[in-house]
Write a protein that binds this ligand. Sequence first.
Ligand code: IYR
Length: 328
Amino acid sequence: MDAHELITRNAAEVVTEAEIEALADDPEGKRAYVGYEPSGVLHIGHMLTANKLIDLQEAGFEVTVLLADVHAYLNDKGSFEEIRHTAERMRDQFIAYGLDESNTQFVLGSDFQLDDDYTLDLHALELETTLSRAERAMAEISSGDSVKVSQAVYPLMQALDIPYLGVDLAVGGMEQRKVHMLARDVLPSIDREPPTSLHTPLIADLGTGRGKMSSSEGVTISMEDSREDIESKVNDAYCPPTADPEPTDDGAERENPVLQVFEYHVFPRFDAVTVERPEEYGGNLEYDAYDDLEGDLESGELHPADAKGALAEYLDRLIAPGRQQLAE
Ligand code: IYR
């Protein structure tokens, strides 16, 4: 797979295509980052952007993981002490998950975001940004109806992280896109380049296929899950025999989360996927590309129950090292 394909595969969006092409032409030593508000354990949402970081490392990029302790604090996730402690645990989880340790730099937000220069640049960005713009940038990131001042400062700090970390590419889920668009607009006002960004798709809730999978609501998968937990969550997942399910009666869009997890979590990390089936049901099925598995589910060749059995198996393999690390 060439660098451009490694960088862009499974991305929902890149901004801009021309900037990404320039990075793909000479990826060696280029720097990419993702920031995460530290939370207790790695869950499937972290794993999605981590898969992209692994792709980028394979393409020649150096990777920075920002453990965004100050951001988590501003977003009301607990006391600063607690968040710091949680951040330490996440580092080991990312390595257990498969990031290349020799080429991943972990940075705590508080290591540079409290410096004088950063603070003054932040105030300069505050002067350039209306409250409503900052609020809109946060709509998909913070929950709750009333936005606190801290949550309006948050996206400006996220924008500023990009030049302060000196990265060439900012990666995040689609819920981060408005922050990155804000960054493109405001950073030139302090003589910084508008950043290039790449966004990974949002995956629907496993149980219903609606909305987006989140660690705070609905069903999620995390490094704390036992094999039995994974089997039971996947077994209960919404999986109609199509990649394009009908909307619900009240008009809500639905996805097939079982197929999404195969596409964005399993196939990027395994060269081939085996669906085990007893001989009397046709024997094992082998897939080396996601599209073939989707096609077989749609044609009826692959039964949803068999697809779920395989999904639980591969998710368990992805999670096992992190589970082991938590137990140590
Ligand atoms: N907004 C992210 C956390 C975050 C991301 C980046 I990229 C930063 O520079 C800072 C914080 C979240 O929702 O988890």
